[in-house]
Ligand binder design. Sequence first.
Ligand code: NAD
Length: 363
Amino acid sequence: MIYSIVVLPGDGIGPEITEQALRILTAFNDVSLDIKQELIGGSAFESVGDPLPPKTLNAVGNANAILFGAVGDSKYDYLPRNLRPEQAILGIRKKLRLFANFRPAILYPQLIKASTLKPRIISNLDILIIRELIGDIYFGEPRGFRTALVGDFKGEKEAYDTMQYSIPEVTRIAKIAFDTAKNRKKKLCSVDKANVLETSQLWRDTINVVGQDYPDIELSHMYIDNAAMQLIKNPLQFDVIVTGNLFGDILSDEASMLTGSIGMLPSASLNSKGQGLYEPIHGSAPDIAGQQIANPLAMILSVAMLFRFSLKMPRYANKIENAVFNVLDSGLRTPDIYEEGMTKVNTDEMGDAVLNELKNISR
Ligand code: NAD
């Protein structure tokens, strides 16, 4: 089988880290890939006047997987919202119905000092947050601005959004979360605000119904405010967390920061047809773009997720992850994760090291 992969380098450090990720993606001789590079984000706007050109949208629709760098730069802030680079990623999520977002927060033991938390709180941290990605208050209708018709501020301008989830929508993400928990520590924590929100009550009830089909999974529920606190206080209590779009947006950023290194964490966004978009959790980092100091490891680890989820080749995913682990063990560090006594390397050199290690492991 030949897998079709669309690569979208994007803006800022996107092209630099994508270059390294591509070397890893193409490292296995027995995997047949048809790789197409397309324009996206600010660079697409510069070239063709559209951050998500129809050619790109068409290509991602036909792909098995998409490898996405990053988009955005404050120099495009003057543009109307629909022409801003960040709209491109929302457009792809919507077009492909990428409803399940996987965000692992893993603390590499070699980088334990990079976290702001005490080692005893975070050592061996390995949490997976599964966030519903195309529903909730971000997409609910109606939304907009109006004049308040009731209340203390009647007659004043107000804004409103709609938080909504349907039972099938929650069921779909719940099944993914339970299935994932099955292959980990068999612990799932669902996060909501069921003490206040009807949407959350339906979320919780639905999770409980789906949970009846997974008697071997230890299911717990937590309110979002408590979850935000517990992630800092005692993160090791969590294994898999499942939550809605809004709460997941906030919690997944919080969890990633427990590891202290934004340049290390990958993500995957999947639809029900097995298509996936793989990207580092960080943005386009315009402040360091073009300087060869960006950490390419989050992007390389996104390639590992692509092998695991879209190509169903976990053996290669493990090899890439082991190669990264070994390179960190050997003391190589890009500036963002550098500490005294280690060897500072640039973006290309980090890519070289992972590729060499991958060859050693595969021998
Ligand atoms: P950012 O993640 O780009 O950068 C935050 C900080 O982390 C910066 O100091 C940056 O230098 C550093 N950093 C990020 N990735 C790094 C890496 N791989 N190696 C070393 N250091 C790294 O967030 P920001 O500065 O808030 O946003 C910059 C632009 O990226 C904005 O236009 C924003 O909208 C966009 N953005 C895009 C995505 C995406 O494409 N999915 C996600 C988040 C932000």
